[in-house]
Design a protein around this ligand. Structure first.
Ligand SMILES: Cc1cc2nc3c(=O)[nH]c(=O)nc-3n(C[C@H](O)[C@H](O)[C@H](O)COP(=O)(O)OP(=O)(O)OC[C@H]3O[C@@H](n4cnc5c(N)ncnc54)[C@H](O)[C@@H]3O)c2cc1C
Length: 321
């Protein structure tokens, strides 16, 4: 039996979550004695195998096909399901990214296997896997088992450590019929400019209703630029039209786990915490000493963000340049 990792690439570049999933797959394979295989899908991506070799997979399967040039759910789910049917693995891992959130359930339904989403821990003991993921907007952690033979899990980004590993595996072509896509991608406009993608960022600076208006997001951007961070937002700021929904962190937005999350003018509602509560270090900047964000913050700064954030950004720029 094997563990299969579905690696994710965008524009020919492997996403960080692929290395996290591979490293976790390697750790679990060592515990369970399974072999580790990785599948990467796309067009003109044969070169990615070299990079994947650094993480100790026994086999790297490359599904390189022009029909996979753009991600569409029908094509990618069909290829992943065909690979799972061929390999009949004990476990399939992929990132809980925008793609993984859509691809995993579709592929799981195709191969009729159980899926645990947004895992923050997976352990192997007594011949079976145990999965943990936050439930009830992060208020509790649920523990799950999946009736085999195939189990699937998506991994919360930035939670599982990346570890390079010896034992570069063989590279094989995975050739299968790709069904025609019902939806054709005619163009992609990326928002966020040169800043890191929110779910992959090591540092996130977020703004909420306390900013007072859309123009004050310039302060958050300045702070983010000083730190090389991504910019996030609370739902209140998104609902007010100050920021795109793609920046929303929380229960109905993105789930993030950066090393550092700086919440500026965000009260810390439970639905916001559901999206960022697993961040390693949380800094809250809020003028209300009773704000809930201070209950989860490692460092709290009480005061007016309009005064604090520019000083912090200038000091960081000076220190880090
Ligand atoms: C089903 C459901 C799903 C939801 N999903 C999400 C979600 O995904 N993400 C999310 O964020 N919310 C979500 N919410 C909304 C959530 O309940 C809160 O309403 C929202 O998070 C509040 O955003 P906020 O903290 O920016 O605003 P507020 O709660 O209004 O807080 C603003 C904060 O700014 C502080 N402040 C004001 N002025 C200043 C200043 N000058 N300097 C410093 N601090 C200042 C205030 O003290 C206050 O603490 C959801 C709600 C529901 C019901």
């Amino acid at each position: 039996m094997s563990i299969v990792v579905c690696a994710e690439q965008r524009d020919g570049k492997l996403r960080k979550i692929s290395f996290e999933a591979l490293s976790e797959g390697k750790r679990l394979a060592a515990a369970s004695g399974e072999t580790l295989k990785v599948l990467v899908m796309g067009s003109g991506i044969a070169g990615l195998a070299d990079e994947l070799k650094k993480y100790g997979a026994d086999e790297i399967a490359v599904a390189d096909n022009e029909a996979l040039a753009s991600y569409t759910i029908e094509t990618y789910a069909a290829v992943l399901a065909a690979y799972i049917e061929q390999e009949n693995p004990a476990l399939v891992l992929m990132g809980h990214s925008g793609v993984g959130r859509e691809l995993a359930p579709r592929a799981a339904a195709k191969v009729d296997c159980g899926l645990v989403s947004d895992c923050i821990s997976i352990e192997f003991a007594d011949g079976d896997y145990t999965f943990k993921h936050p439930v009830y907007a992060g208020k509790a952690i649920g523990t799950f088992k999946v009736a085999g033979p195939v189990r699937m899990a998506t991994l919360r980004p930035n939670v599982f450590p990346i570890a390079e590993s010896e034992g570069a595996g063989t590279v094989v072509d995975f050739v299968t019929e790709v069904p025609p896509a019902k939806v054709t991608v005619t163009g992609v406009n990326m928002s966020g400019g040169d800043r890191p993608e929110l779910t992959e960022a090591d540092i996130i600076c977020s703004g909420g209703r306390g900013l007072g208006g859309p123009e004050a997001f310039a302060l958050i951007e300045e702070l983010a630029d000083a730190l090389g961070a991504a910019v996030g937002s609370s739902r209140a700021a998104v609902d007010a039209g100050w920021r795109e929904h793609s920046a929303q962190v929380g229960q109905t937005g993105k789930v993030v786990s950066p090393n550092l999350y700086i919440a500026c003018g965000i009260s810390g509602a439970i639905q916001h915490l559901a999206g960022m509560g697993s961040s390693k270090y949380i800094v809250g900047i809020n003028k209300d000493p009773e704000a809930n964000i201070f209950n989860v913050a490692d460092y709290g700064v009480e005061g007016d963000l309009h005064k604090i954030v520019p000083v912090l950004a200038a000091k960081l720029k000076e220190e880090l340049s």
